[in-house]
Design a protein around this ligand. Sequence first.
Ligand code: SF4
Length: 480
Amino acid sequence: MRRHTQSVNIGGVFLGSEYPVRLQSMVNTDTMNTKATVAQAIRIVEAGGDYVRITAPGVREAEQLAVIKKELNRRGYRVPLIADIHFNPKAAETAARLVEKVRINPGNYFDKRTIMPQEYSESEYTAELERMHERILPLIAICKEYGTAVRIGSNHGSLSNRIVHRYGDAPKGMVESVMEFLRIFEAEQFRQVVISMKASNVRVMIDATRLLVAQMEQEQMNYPVHLGVTEAGDGEDGRIKSALGIGTLLLDGIGDTIRVSLTEAPENELPVAKKIVQYVNRKANPIFPTGETEGEIVWKQENFRSSAGKPVVVLKREYQDTDAEDVCVKAACDFGAHLLNGIGDGILVATPALNPPEKGTEIALALLQACRLRMSKTEYISCPSCGRTLFDLQTTVARIKEKTSHLKGLKIAVMGCIVNGPGEMADADYGYVGAGEGKVTLYRRREVMKSNIPEGNAVEELINLIKNNGDWKEMPTIHL
Ligand code: SF4
C-alpha cells in the first residue's frame, strides 16, 4: 500500500500518494543551447516524462530557463520544468520565478566546503543553522509568491561539513541534512516540498530513504518522496541498480516520483522507469486471468548446510520474457528486498526464453553485485551527465570499460564535472572527473592524483595510476 503523503502542485501536474507515480528525467545538454535543450526535453516528454529537469549552474542559465520554457510552450509542450541547483542560492531564486520546481542540494546550497573536515562546537552548529534559516528565506518567499515547489535532494557524498562532523557520512547524515531544511520550511509554513535521498550505493539509498520516512513520521510530516539511484551507470548494470533501489522502495509503499539515472540518452530512462512502476503495480495488485499463473520466488532449502550448520536457502524464479531488460527489472524487484534484508544464500534467475538462456546467470551476478553481496566484475559508477559535462561521457565510459572490465571488484567512477563529481562518487576506488574543456582530473578514493591532464591521454593515465597503486592485473589471454 502506498504511504500516504500530502500533494504537491508542480505546474498543475500534482505529485503525491493521491496521484500515479510520476516519471521524470533530466536533459544533459548545455542549458544555454536552447535548440538542443528543447529538442531533448521534447524527447523526454514523448517517452513519457511528466517533468523535465534542467541544470542551472548560475544566474545566466537560470534566466535561460524562461527562453526554453517559452519555446517549449510555442511548440505545444507545457511540461513542468525543474531547475537543478548546486552551490548557488541566487540561481535558485532566479529560477524559482521562472519554472515550476527548484531542486536544491542541502549539502551545498550555502556550504561550499563539502570535503574539508572541520570541527563544530555546539554553539557554532546552532549559529550555522540560524544563518541557514536567514539565507533560505528569500527562496521561500519567492516560491510562495510564484507557486513554485522545491525538492530538497540530499546526495550521499555531498553532505555539508557540519552534517558529516555530527552524524557521519552515512544515511543518518543524509536524513538530518534534509530534516534541517524541512524544519525551517515548516516553521515558515511552506509545504510545497518533495524530498530525495540519492546514492550510487543502492543499500545506502534504500537505508537513507527508509530512515527519512521514519523520521518524517516521527515529526508528523508526510512529504512526497522522489526516488533514484544516482550514478547507476549504463546498460544492464544501470538498469538493475535502478530497479533494485527504486523497485524495493516502491514495494515498501514509498515513492511518488522516480528518475532512472543512466549514462545514456535521457529518453532511454523513461521506458525503464515505466517498466519498474508497472511491475511494482502488478505485484502489489495481482490479477490473474483464468488459467494464468503468476510465478513467485521459490524458496528452495538445499540438502546441505553452511559452515555455521544452517540449511542453505536458494531463491529461484523463472521468467518467460524474451527481452533481457524486462528480466533485469523484474528480477531486481523480485529478489531485491530479500537479498538486501539478508535472506537467501544463493539465487537462480531462470530465463529459458532469452537468447542465450544462460543470460539469467549474468543477470543474477549483476544483481548480487548491485546488492554488494558478491563482486564478480568491475564496478562502474558513472553520472548521467548534464549541462555541466564538457566531454562525451558515454564514449569515455565505453573506452574505460574496454580497458578495465577484467579488474574484478575495483570501483571506478566516471563523472562529468569537478563541481559535484568528486563528492558524489563517494565510495569509488578511482575517479575520472571532467575538470574543464578538454581536461580531466584523476582521483584515488577522494585524493587528487593528477589534475587537469589533457583528455586525450586521460584513459592511459588512469590505467597507469591503477598500475602504480598495485591494483592492476593483466587481461587474461583467450586462446582460440
Ligand atoms: S556529476 Fe555529472 S550529473 Fe552531476 S552535476 Fe556533474 S556532470 Fe552533472
